[in-house]
Design a protein around this ligand. Structure first.
Ligand SMILES: [Zn+2]
Ligand SMILES: [Zn+2]
Length: 207
C-alpha cells in the first residue's frame, strides 16, 4: 500500500510524497527526492507480441457445446451420405423442433412440418432428392399430408427465394449446392453467377 509521508529535503522545506512499501523499507538509502529508480525498475511490461493478426480459435466447443472443427466445409448434396441427405431434408421441413432430435423413435407429427403447398422448401421438388428417406422420421398422418401438399405444389410450378419468400421468376437466382434452395442474387449479395459450388448462409451457419 502506498502511503503519504512527509519528507524533508535539502533547504528545510517539507513535501508530501507517495511512497511504495519497498521505498519505506529502504528509506535510509532514499533520503533525497528524485532517487526512485528502483521502483521504476520493478515495473513489468507485457511480453513482446511475436505473431500479428487475428488470434487463433482456442475453444474446441461451440457456444451450444458441439464439437468445433476448423476443417468442416459445406458439401454438395450429391456428395452427401444418406444420413446427411436426410438431415438436410429434415432441416428444410420441420419447424418448432430441433432437426437433430428427430429420429425413428421420435417421429414428427403434422404440427411440426411445413405443409402449406406454397411454403414447401424447393429441395423436395429437386430431381436428385428421394423424399422417402424421411418416411420413418414422420408419423403416418404427417407423411400423407406431406405428399398431398407436394402434389399441390408441383401443380403450382412455383420456385420461391428461400430468403425473401418471393417468386424467383424472371430474376437472377442461385441455387445452394448443399440444401438445394434458391435465392435471389440480390438477397444473398452476389452480382454474377458463381463459377464453382455456392453455399447459402443457412448451410454455412449449420456447420
Ligand atoms: Zn429473395
Ligand atoms: Zn444452403
Amino acid at each position: 500500500m502506498p502511503v503519504i509521508q512527509e519528507l524533508h529535503v535539502d533547504g528545510g522545506a517539507s513535501v508530501n510524497a507517495v511512497l511504495a512499501p519497498e521505498s519505506i523499507q529502504n528509506e535510509n538509502t532514499h533520503t533525497q527526492v528524485g532517487e526512485c529508480s528502483s521502483s521504476a525498475q520493478l515495473l513489468k511490461f507485457p511480453p513482446a507480441v511475436k505473431v500479428r493478426g487475428r488470434p487463433r480459435l482456442q475453444t474446441k466447443k461451440t457456444a451450444i457445446g458441439q464439437t468445433r472443427s476448423a476443417n468442416k466445409m459445406c458439401v454438395p448434396y450429391k456428395q452427401k451420405r444418406v444420413y446427411e441427405r436426410t438431415l438436410t431434408l429434415v432441416r428444410s421441413l420441420v419447424t418448432g423442433v430441433r432437426p437433430e432430435d428427430v429420429n425413428n423413435t421420435n417421429p414428427v407429427g403434422p404440427q411440426h412440418l411445413r405443409l402449406q403447398p406454397d411454403e414447401l422448401p424447393s429441395i423436395i421438388l429437386h430431381e436428385d432428392v428421394v423424399l422417402s428417406v424421411i418416411k420413418p422420421l414422420v408419423t403416418p398422418p404427417a407423411w400423407k399430408k406431406l405428399n398431398s401438399a407436394l402434389k399441390e405444389r408441383r401443380k403450382m410450378n412455383l420456385w420461391k427465394c428461400s430468403c425473401c419468400c418471393k417468386d424467383t421468376a424472371e430474376t437472377n437466382c442461385v441455387e445452394c449446392d448443399s440444401c438445394l434452395e434458391w435465392y435471389h442474387w440480390q438477397c444473398v449479395g452476389i452480382e454474377r453467377a458463381p463459377r464453382n459450388e455456392w453455399y447459402c448462409y443457412v448451410c454455412k451457419m449449420n456447420l
